[in-house]
Design a protein around this ligand. Sequence first.
Ligand SMILES: O=C(O)CCC(=O)c1ccccc1C(=O)O
Ligand SMILES: [Mg+2]
Length: 341
Amino acid sequence: MKVEPFSLPLESPLETASGTIEERNGFVVRADHRGETGIGEATPLPGWTESLGDCQTALDSATSLRDLDAAEVPAARHGVATAMLDADARADGVPLYQWFDADSADRRCRSVPVNATIGDGTPSETADAIAEAVESGFDCCKLKVGARSVEEDVERVRAVRERVGDDVTLRADANGAWTRPEAESAFESFESLAVEYVEQPLAADDLAGHAALRGGSVGVALDESLVQKRVGTVFDADAADVLILKPMVLGGPGDAYTLAMQARERGIEPVVTTTVDAVVARLAAVHVAAAIPDVAACGLATGDRLARDLAPDPTTVSEGRISVPQSDGLGVDPSEVQTDA
Ligand SMILES: O=C(O)CCC(=O)c1ccccc1C(=O)O
Ligand SMILES: [Mg+2]
């Protein structure tokens, strides 16, 4: 196994209620498996995964995937798991999304729907950013809330709704910022603004609070709660309409795919997102989404936030969809991946 560090600045930092993401540091992993060299990416995100140092330590000492615990070092595990899956899918001559479910291996998925991701900002900045996204083809936009008062966030969503009309699906992501009364007030206002769902309105450990918010027209999506709680506990709490699945946070593409299928069985809609990663991990997330039949719009259109990348991006985003590479494996040529770009 070969592990190389990289550091990539963001061209447009993402402002959220739990801080601003300004750069992404991680490791490219190359692993020989079944006669192929697969490529993976471990890009830890402080607060969501292990630290960069712990990720490096785990990668340096691991000899196989089994040495890497999804709950302890999810990003390191993601890096190795992705490299193995890339090699597996190459060895079997299929794009990675087809490799996840052998029973429907001839199902073609050429693109998946995506949402635009809009950070915090004033009402007019937010309306401008969403109008621009809609102009470039997105019909589903997610905006970050919770960094300012609920009144201001409601004003932002109202400004957006007035600007883009009723045909655009709007989602919000509070990143755990609200108290129960704040969330109740936001949900009440968001009903008339036709917000589809709110991601993580309350603190990650407040499953009962999330369960109590459900039942109206605004859905509850859990994201950070999956980091904090066992998935069985989340399912048992009946606290979510939607589960946000981040392969980097969950220990790899295979773990995320398995969770997506478990969610579907329970009537919970899976939504796959990146953690604003480099191209290798973004592709892994695209393949997870493509493996889910009729997947809802996913948070995969984050590539253009990076100022530079590890390799050319084979995907394109247009008309609110991201293309899915159809070549074997992830769809990136390992010889084109450079960590010193
Ligand atoms: O879901 C999206 O649209 C993009 C991904 C995203 O918002 C995100 C990116 C990095 C860290 C956390 C989050 C999040 O969903 O909270
Ligand atoms: Mg979220």
